[in-house]
Design a protein around this ligand. Structure first.
Ligand code: AMP
Ligand code: MG
Length: 351
């Protein structure tokens, strides 16, 4: 039996409830935050997005933030056939295409992290993602012949960028880029910028579990953000991180997967093997000032595994991570240890 796991409304509501419950349990010594001014949209980025502002604002700030997210999706989606990213795939092997400044900026960021991570993050992973169909209603395990056929198309060095005219050329016919591991993070930063431009000082933007916090709670306390239980089939959270003005972004096999002949296959691939990354992790959560960075780095760390992933993240300042292994051990970078609390004692802090 094959089952493609899309984020479901009840799960997302569960995240929202956890967030509000955690905010409340954080406040035993302080006054509860006022109920947020919150709006939810179900039609963007294939996920549920909730913006909660802990101040009185008009409607326009919400509309502008959602409009911004929508424009990012229109440009960077792989599923919308007229997005800039889809047009690039149509023109693969034919000619370069000029893209918008914003799309160019993200493609360049994705290219750079692909090179820096030695392909753990792979901007050119598109043909492999399509072959497995993990983001479709009919996912399946491809044959070795099929995997062999797409192998050469996954070469991110065959993506040619020109800073001069902001053009992108996928030089091999059949190539496609996939910004699924970075665009949601960027949308979080962009939405936060919209809120800040309205003077918002206390808010949470939750893009299907990619959380961006603005400031702290209205009473000045930290936000307490739940880290999702990464065991497939379970729900709830296994711990919380206390943060202010940070993005908290998780990559995990549980987010999208299917089952075939008794095995689970998830949506984050190791381009070198052609199979879902199997680095001994159930999830990695990255905590960073930038949601774009947290998104791309959580994907890198998930593919690399705990040891190489932690070493890679060590190059980034103010970037922390929580790694959960398949043995339910929790590893952390030093800077987050005091801010992280386990809430499910089946998970043990390692080391
Ligand atoms: P994330 O949840 O941020 O780790 O992103 C996962 C999504 O990024 C997948 O659904 C794919 O669309 C895409 N993706 C899968 N594997 C990779 C990879 N190794 N590098 C870059 N993008 C990937
Ligand atoms: Mg990512």
């Amino acid at each position: 039996m094959s089952k493609n796991k899309q984020p479901e409304l009840k799960e997302v509501l569960c995240v929202a409830i956890i967030l509000s419950a955690l905010s409340m349990c954080a406040c035993s010594l302080k006054k509860d935050p006022e109920p947020p001014n919150a709006r939810t949209r179900y039609d963007l980025l294939n996920t549920v997005i909730t913006i909660s502002i802990y101040e009185d604002t008009g409607e326009k700030v919400f509309n502008d933030a959602f409009d911004k997210i929508s424009s990012i999706e229109k440009a960077m989606s792989v599923t919308l056939s007229d997005s800039e990213v889809s047009v690039l795939a149509t023109m693969a092997g034919i000619s370069p295409c000029v893209v918008s400044d914003e799309t160019y900026f993200i493609i360049k960021d994705a290219f750079d992290i692909s090179a820096q991570s030695g392909g753990a993050f792979n901007l050119a992973i598109g043909p492999l993602v399509k072959l497995w169909g993990v983001n479709t209603a009919a996912p399946r395990v491809p044959s070795l012949t099929e995997l062999e056929r797409v192998k050469d198309l996954l070469d991110y060095n065959a993506v040619i960028l020109s800073d001069t005219d902001k053009s992108v050329y996928l030089t091999l016919e059949g190539m496609s880029i996939d910004l699924g591991a970075i665009a949601k993070g960027y949308a979080g930063d962009a939405a936060a910028d919209v809120l800040r431009s309205y003077g918002v000082k206390s808010a949470i933007i939750d893009l299907g579990g990619n959380v961006v916090t603005i400031g702290g709670r209205p009473d000045g306390a930290d936000w307490r953000i739940g880290i999702r239980n990464p065991i497939i089939g379970e729900s709830g959270h296994i711990g919380v991180v206390a943060v202010q003005d940070k993005a908290v972004v998780t990559s995990g096999g549980y987010e999208r997967y299917f089952e075939s002949e008794g095995r689970y296959y998830h949506h984050i691939f190791d381009g070198k093997t052609g199979y879902p990354a199997d680095s001994g992790l159930l999830s990695v959560t990255v905590i960073s000032d930038s949601s774009t960075d947290a998104d791309k780095l959580s994907t890198v760390a998930f593919v690399l595994g705990y040891r190489d992933g932690a070493e890679f993240l060590g190059k980034y300042t103010d970037t922390e991570a929580v790694f959960i292994t398949t043995d339910l051990e929790v590893y952390m970078t030093p800077g987050i240890k005091d801010a992280f609390t386990i809430t499910d004692n089946r998970f043990q802090i390692a080391g």
